[in-house]
Design a protein around this ligand. Structure first.
Ligand code: NAD
Length: 370
C-alpha cells in the first residue's frame, strides 16, 4: 500500500478561504474517482494567525509544512492588519514559509486560454496558444545581498546600497530546475541576465552554459539579455518555452508575462526547494493574486488560479501529470462553455459566483473522465 499524500492547506485571509473551499471540492473528486488519497490538514497563516496567536505563522505550522508533501496557500493580508508591527505583518508568514522551506525556485506559468484571448493586452494571434514557464531564483540575489542599507554621507547626502550576489551553487540548482522542466515541455531554455554590464550576470551566463553543455546538451539553449527578453516577451512571446532568470529580473519578467494572459484570478504559481536524499522536495503552491479584501466574502472571487496551483502540486510534488492535465482541461472547457467570474466577465458570457465556478469545474472533470 502506498502512503497517503500529506497536504497542508493554508487558506489565509480575505478571499483565501473562499477559493480554497473550491480546491477542497477538487480534492474530494480525485479521492472518490482516482486511486489517490490525501491526508489533508488545514492551518492558519497571515492576519488570521496573528489574530489567534500574535504571529503571522507559528513554529508548529512551519513544522507541519516541512512534514507535508505539498503546501497549498490561499492569500494573506488586508487593511485590518495595516497597523501591526512589521515583523508580525501577514506577509511575514509567507516570507518565513519560503525561507524555512528553502524554496529557491519560483515557477510562474503564463498560459493563455483561447476563451480569454481577448483579455490580453496583445493581439490575439500573438498570445493564442501561449504556454511559457518563467523560473525565477527566489532566495538570493539583490533582495538579500549584503551590504545593503541607507547611510548618511559626510556631505549631507544619503546613499542607498543593495548588492546583487550569486554563488555558483545558487545558479546551478536553479537552472537545473529549468532544464528538467524543459525536458517535459518543448525542450527549450532561455537564460536571461545582464552579463554585458554586471559581473553577477556574467557568472550566471558562464555557469548556466556549463550546466547546459555538461548535463543537458539535448535541450535547445540560448542566452538573452534581460532587457531584450522583456522586449521579446511582448513582441513574440511564443518563441519562449522555459525562461530561467535571477530574483530581480524574474520579478519583472514574470509580472510582464502574467499580463499577456489577462487576469490575476487565473494565474497559479509554485515554489520548489531542493530534492533531498530521500527524493522529497518541498513545494508551496499559491495563486499569484493577493487576498482581494475589496471582494472578500461576496462570492465574487475567481477560484481558478488556486485550483490551477493545486494542479501544479499534482504535477510537480505528486508526479500525477494525468490528473493535472484533467483539471486544466476542465478549466478550459468551462471557459469555452461561457462561464465567467466577475473579474473575467465578457459580453455575451454568463456571470457566475465562486462556488458555481468551482462546481462547474468539478462537473467538467467528471464529464471528461467518464
Ligand atoms: P490583490 O491581488 O489582492 O487584488 C488586486 C485586484 O485584483 C483587486 O481588485 C481584487 O479584487 C482583484 N482580484 C485579485 N484576485 C482575484 C480573484 N481571485 N478573483 C477576482 N478578482 C481578484 O492585490 P492588492 O489589492 O494589491 O492586495 C490586497 C492584499 O493582499 C494586501 O494586503 C496585500 O499585501 C496582499 N497580497 C498578498 C499576496 C499573497 O498572499 N501572496 C500577494 C499580493 C498581495
Amino acid at each position: 500500500m502506498t502512503e497517503n499524500k500529506k497536504l497542508l492547506l493554508l487558506p489565509g485571509d480575505g478571499i483565501g478561504p473562499e477559493v480554497m473551499a473550491e480546491v477542497r471540492r477538487v480534492i474530494t473528486w480525485l479521492e472518490q474517482n482516482r486511486e489517490l488519497a490525501f491526508d489533508v490538514e488545514e492551518d492558519l497563516v497571515g492576519g488570521c494567525c496573528y489574530d489567534a496567536h500574535g504571529v503571522a505563522v507559528t513554529d508548529a505550522t512551519i513544522e507541519k509544512a516541512k512534514a507535508a508533501d505539498a503546501v497549498i496557500l490561499g492569500a494573506v493580508g488586508g487593511p485590518k492588519w495595516d497597523g501591526v508591527a512589521y515583523a508580525a505583518r501577514p506577509e511575514a508568514g509567507l516570507l518565513r514559509l519560503r525561507k524555512d522551506l528553502e524554496l529557491f525556485a519560483n515557477l510562474r506559468p503564463a498560459i493563455c486560454f483561447d476563451a480569454l484571448v481577448d483579455a490580453s493586452s496583445l493581439k490575439s494571434e500573438l498570445v493564442s496558444g501561449l504556454d511559457i514557464m518563467i523560473v525565477r531564483e527566489l532566495t538570493g540575489g539583490i533582495y538579500f545581498g549584503e551590504p545593503r542599507g541607507i547611510t548618511d554621507l559626510p556631505n549631507g547626502e544619503r546613499r542607498g546600497v543593495n548588492t546583487n550576489v550569486y554563488d555558483t551553487h545558487e545558479i546551478v540548482r536553479l537552472v537545473r530546475v529549468g532544464f528538467e522542466l524543459a525536458k517535459k515541455r518543448r525542450g527549450k531554455v532561455t537564460s536571461s541576465e545582464k552579463s554585458n554590464v554586471m559581473e553577477s550576470g556574467l557568472l550566471w551566463r558562464e555557469e548556466t552554459m556549463k550546466v547546459h553543455a555538461e548535463e543537458y546538451p539535448e535541450i535547445e539553449f540560448e542566452n538573452m539579455l534581460a532587457d531584450a527578453c522583456a522586449m521579446q516577451l511582448v513582441r513574440r512571446p511564443k518563441q519562449f518555452d522555459v525562461i530561467v532568470t535571477d530574483n530581480l529580473f524574474g520579478d519583472m519578467l514574470s509580472d510582464e508575462a502574467a499580463m499577456l494572459t489577462g487576469s490575476l484570478g487565473m494565474l497559479p504559481s509554485a515554489s520548489l526547494g531542493a530534492k533531498g536524499a530521500d527524493g522529497r522536495q518541498a513545494g508551496l503552491y499559491e495563486p499569484v493574486h493577493g487576498s482581494a479584501p475589496d471582494i472578500a466574502g461576496q462570492e465574487l472571487a475567481n477560484p481558478i488560479a488556486t485550483i490551477l496551483s493545486f494542479a501544479m502540486a499534482l504535477r510537480y510534488s505528486f508526479d500525477r501529470g494525468g490528473e493535472a492535465d484533467l483539471i486544466e482541461k476542465a478549466v478550459e472547457a468551462v471557459l469555452d462553455g461561457g462561464l465567467r467570474t466577475a473579474d473575467i466577465m465578457q459580453d455575451g458570457m454568463t456571470k457566475v459566483s465562486t462556488s458555481v465556478m468551482g462546481d462547474a469545474i468539478v462537473k467538467q472533470m467528471d464529464k471528461l473522465a467518464n
